[in-house]
Write a protein that binds this ligand. Structure first.
Ligand code: NDP
Length: 352
């Protein structure tokens, strides 16, 4: 049973060599017997790389989620196939999603947190993005936090990523005018692909954004936003923080809303960028609200129904970036913080 483990806690941006692939020895393909709590043995098929996991690499216990344990497999969302189970809700052969380990096989000790995936035309890995935590984040962030109205002007940062691509498309379906930013026009691609993806084009052509720009090519972000939103921004879906937030504040409209989903540019930064334009919150009566998707889990079934329907009706497109093999996990994860991913980053451990 191969495992990707965290070598030790870090206080900076993650590097590939902060994690290592180790051989965990043979695995018994049965759940251990005895009268303990029910457990489920899962063969991991797909693993999710998510920015929040970086916070679990710090020796910090004050967060909403505890740190990883050095020497133990990295934990994260995954999709797997049940090999054996003593839980009445799961049997061998079932496909499930939920918290698992970065290893070939994981013994799940809290099976009540697993979700059964009913086989369908939707690829299994999509349950880590479109129909998983990031898609759900987009759904609750947009509908519950942004209070959107038809015709409003919406800006999404990290717009081609797992969360951003869904937010932008939901906003379009809602009748909004949507602009997204992304970090490159063109990205270097995983070796399995032969053509180049133009990320800013992807936002417009594939996801139907009204406009998109590469924030790294804009010497003056506030001016770029002014160009795209001459009348100002009603809704900002915040994924990155730092200078982008400052520029957005200058371009918000009165009574605008900012949904603070994440600030990926500020992860592991020892001197976080100062935000200078916060007084705009007062002068423009802006509502700025942070949220964590897991506070809204009662909406998950409705989310799955709605997004599945949109996807089947071809009203929502989805792009994922799959790296192949457990060994590729650390590089895929680290790549999130320099924008190497095109779409939702997942790792394929096994296809069956
Ligand atoms: P993405 O798939 O968007 O991957 C991260 C992207 O962030 C990269 O592709 C890159 O895109 C961008 N990025 C990385 N570093 C920087 C930087 N220094 N400055 C600007 N952009 C940068 O990730 P997710 O969609 O999974 O997550 C998006 C955000 O949502 C994150 O902030 C995450 O923490 C947050 N989140 C919050 C949740 C909640 O419940 N509140 C739940 C899930 C996610 P680019 O090419 O554009 O630079």
């Amino acid at each position: 049973n191969r495992k990707v483990v965290l070598r030790g806690y870090i206080d900076r941006a993650p590097r590939e060599d902060d994690m290592e692939l180790v051989d965990g020895g043979d695995v018994a393909l049965r759940v251990p017997g005895g009268a303990g709590a029910p457990t489920v043995l899962v063969k991991n098929l797909y693993l999710s790389c998510d920015p929040y996991m970086r916070g679990r690499m710090r020796d910090f216990h004050g967060s909403y989620i505890p740190p990883f344990k050095p020497g133990s497999p990295i934990e994260g969302f995954g999709v797997g196939r049940v090999i054996d189970s003593t839980h009445p809700g799961f049997s061998a052969g079932d496909c499930v999603s939920g918290m698992t380990g970065w290893e070939d096989y994981s013994l799940i000790t809290k099976p009540e947190q697993l979700r059964k995936i009913h086989k369908s035309d939707i690829p299994l890995s999509y349950h880590l993005g479109l129909l998983g935590m990031p898609g759900f984040t987009a759904y609750v962030g947009f509908y519950e936090i942004c209070s959107p109205k038809k015709g409003e002007f919406v800006f999404v940062s990290a717009a081609s990523g797992a969360v951003g691509q869904i937010v932008g498309q939901l906003a379009k379906l809602h009748g909004c005018y949507v602009v997204g930013s992304a970090g490159t026009n063109q990205k270097a691609l995983p070796s399995s692909r032969t053509h180049n993806i133009f990320q800013v084009e992807l936002l417009k052509e594939k996801f139907g954004f009204d406009a998109a720009f590469n924030y790294k090519e804009e010497p003056d972000l506030a001016a770029a936003l002014k160009r795209h939103f001459p009348e100002g921004i009603d809704i900002y879906f915040e994924n990155v923080g730092g200078p982008m937030l400052d520029a957005v504040l200058l371009n918000m409209r009165i009574h605008g809303r900012i949904a603070v989903c994440g600030m990926v540019s500020q992860h592991g930064v020892t001197a976080p960028a100062g935000v200078h334009n916060l007084f705009s919150l007062v002068s423009k009566r802006i509502e700025m609200k942070g949220f964590i998707q897991s506070d809204y889990l009662h909406l998950f079934p409705q989310f799955v129904d709605d997004i599945t329907k949109h996807y089947r009706d071809r009203k929502i497109a989805y792009v994922e970036d799959m790296s192949i093999g457990l060994k590729s996990g650390p590089a895929a994860f680290v790549g999130l913080f320099s924008g190497k991913n095109v779409g939702k980053q997942v790792v394929c451990v096994s296809q069956d």
